[in-house]
Ligand binder design. Structure first.
Ligand code: MSP
Length: 522
């Protein structure tokens, strides 16, 4: 099975912060989990570099838009696998919309819409409200009024624009979109967002202006001098550009994107709640017009605030990914804490002390302690070798079976990362109770070597299964633990869960994988 997982491509008007890191980590959890299940995953991220917002940011800085893009794009790239990989992300590609491969692809996409649906794109004059911050058009009726000023419903400033423009006949896609949602009720996840999208479309769709003439920082519209594409049509197309569209409409494109035009294929787009409409309404409509397969699902998450406050430059509370790593004690801890702290989909508040409490309780005191106690007892008392179980009792078998058969598949199928992590922690809880009940240190004192070795083997087996389950979430620590248990790389996946830990293998002096994080040290 093949699938595509994407993050939004990030605007380069600003440096990366906690919100960007969160979307990317959530997508990485799923990409790594699916690979662990044996799926062939194409995981894509990148930067969105055209449009008025980036153009204006460059003007403010007194640099060319290209220079700004080159600089800021590098900061996003540094977070992921194609760069320094600060967030330990397993992406396969990083796309920039200013790359030649993208520009060529998005122009071909535009032309394909014209060929496949000759009525879909037409030229007219546009007069209406535009928000540069949101890169979005708004109806007069959507605007709110604050201190005598008209604002977008998001609170962003709007300006009146009048220009010649190409339009996309979005209004003609209302019925087909509603049919799509009816036939695929989980096209948008969670359900509450699906309902919002449905009622937006039921309310009627206006045609969408998809080109601009009053600035030139964009992809030129084919055969239309003076027109650059609206940044969202350019940006959304990144998802197929990176799969080689248009040349690669062959096997790879079909495997990773989809086979059947106008039906959901294999791509899952992770997005924040603010950009659901673009992904769940505009994007499928463009793809229907182009007669190409649609994404499988749009997965929307909530927004973070920081210690109760909205994040903003003026408040000076914007947290960079590096800030959060420093505050949570490490990259694995940050990844774990952010997805464990709140249900995926909901808004969340980053409260540093609370985050550290979760990390210490689950990772340091529970899983880390279990692994460290087990491995150091084995190292000291079993000749530095994984012992063989010989005196096996029912409680040993019960615990081993519990962890070998542990499955987070039901939780992962509905993006319930919190539930999946809780399940893993509960398995570790069970093992900690087992240690206390079976007290291997007492067995050692009593000289009951056979029973002690059996208990320690059981615990090492538990640590192996927990480490395999943790691979998508805390990849470094999980890998380090599997290394300490001498589990070969080929056996670090879900199918290997049922192959018990080999015994008689020498281990190195164990090192803690989840140190305690001190609140005052950050
Ligand atoms: N460039 C567009 C996406 C184009 S995708 C074809 C864009 N970029 S963005 O950089 O502004 O935002 C990217 C993502 O970051 C969005 O999913 C957004 O929801 C997310 N976040 C930005 N601030 C956030 C928080 N404070 N909390 C959580 N996520 C937030 O939109």
């Amino acid at each position: 099975m093949a699938s595509t997982i994407t993050t939004p491509i990030y605007y380069v008007n600003d440096s990366p912060h906690i919100g960007h890191a969160y979307t990317t980590i959530a997508a990485d959890f799923m990409a790594r989990y699916q690979r662990l299940q044996g799926q062939n995953v194409f995981f894509l991220t990148g930067t969105d570099e055209h449009g008025q917002k980036v153009d204006k940011a460059a003007q403010l800085k007194g640099v060319s838009p290209q220079a700004l893009c080159d600089d800021v794009s590098q900061r996003f790239r540094a977070l992921v696998h194609t760069g320094e990989n600060i967030l330990n992300i397993s992406n396969d590609d990083f796309i920039r919309t200013t790359e030649a491969r993208h520009k060529k692809s998005v122009q071909a996409f535009w032309q394909r819409i014209q060929q496949q649906s000759p009525d879909a794109i037409y030229k007219d004059n546009y007069g209406g409200w535009y928000s540069v911050r949101d890169e979005a058009y708004y109806q007069e009726s959507e605007l709110i009024e604050k201190e005598g000023k008209k604002l977008a419903p998001t609170g962003a400033e709007v300006e009146w624009v009048e220009e010649e423009s190409y339009f996309f006949r979005l209004s003609a896609y209302q019925d087909r979109l509603l049919e799509l949602y009816a036939n695929h009720p989980d096209f948008v996840f969670p359900q509450s967002r699906m309902n919002e999208v449905k009622s937006f479309v039921q309310g009627g769709l206006k045609d969408l202006s998809i080109s601009r003439t009053t600035f030139n920082w964009g992809v030129p519209v084919p055969d239309a001098p003076g027109h650059v594409m609206y940044v969202w049509i350019d940006a959304l197309a990144n998802y197929i550009t990176a799969l080689g569209y248009p040349e690669d409409t062959t096997q790879r494109f079909h495997d990773f994107w989809g086979e059947t035009p106008a039906l959901p294929g294999h791509a899952v787009h992770f997005v924040g709640k603010d950009i659901v409409r673009f992904h769940a309404v505009y994007w499928p409509a463009f793809l229907m017009a182009a007669n190409l397969p649609l994404p499988k699902q749009i997965v929307a998450h909530g927004w973070w605030t920081i210690e109760g406050e909205k994040m903003s430059k003026s408040l000076g509370n914007v947290l960079s990914p590096a800030d959060i790593i420093a505050r949570t004690g490490g990259i694995d801890q940050m990844r774990y804490g952010m997805l464990r702290a709140m249900p995926f989909g909901n808004d969340g508040d980053f409260v540093q002390d609370r985050m550290i409490e979760i990390i210490n309780a689950d990772l340091a005191n529970n899983i880390g302690n279990l692994a460290q106690r087990t491995l150091s007892m084995i190292f000291k008392n079993c000749a530095e070798t994984i012992p063989a179980p010989s005196d096996v009792q029912p409680q040993d078998t019960a615990l081993m079976q519990h962890v070998q058969q542990l499955s987070i598949a039901p939780e992962m199928a509905v993006y319930d990362y919190q539930g999946a992590l809780e399940k893993i922690v509960q398995a570790a809880n069970k093992a900690n109770e087992y240690i206390d009940q079976n007290a291997p240190w007492t067995l050692r004192k009593e000289g009951n070597q056979a029973r002690m070795e059996t208990v320690l083997y059981t615990l090492a087996e538990v640590a192996r299964c927990i480490a395999i389950h943790l691979l998508p979430f805390c990849p470094r620590a999980a890998d380090a633990l599997l290394q300490q248990l001498a589990v070969p790389e080929t056996a670090r996946n879900l199918t290997a869960l049922s192959q018990p830990l080999a015994h008689g293998i020498k281990i190195n002096a164990p090192q803690g994988v989840f140190p305690r994080v001190e609140k005052q040290s950050v």
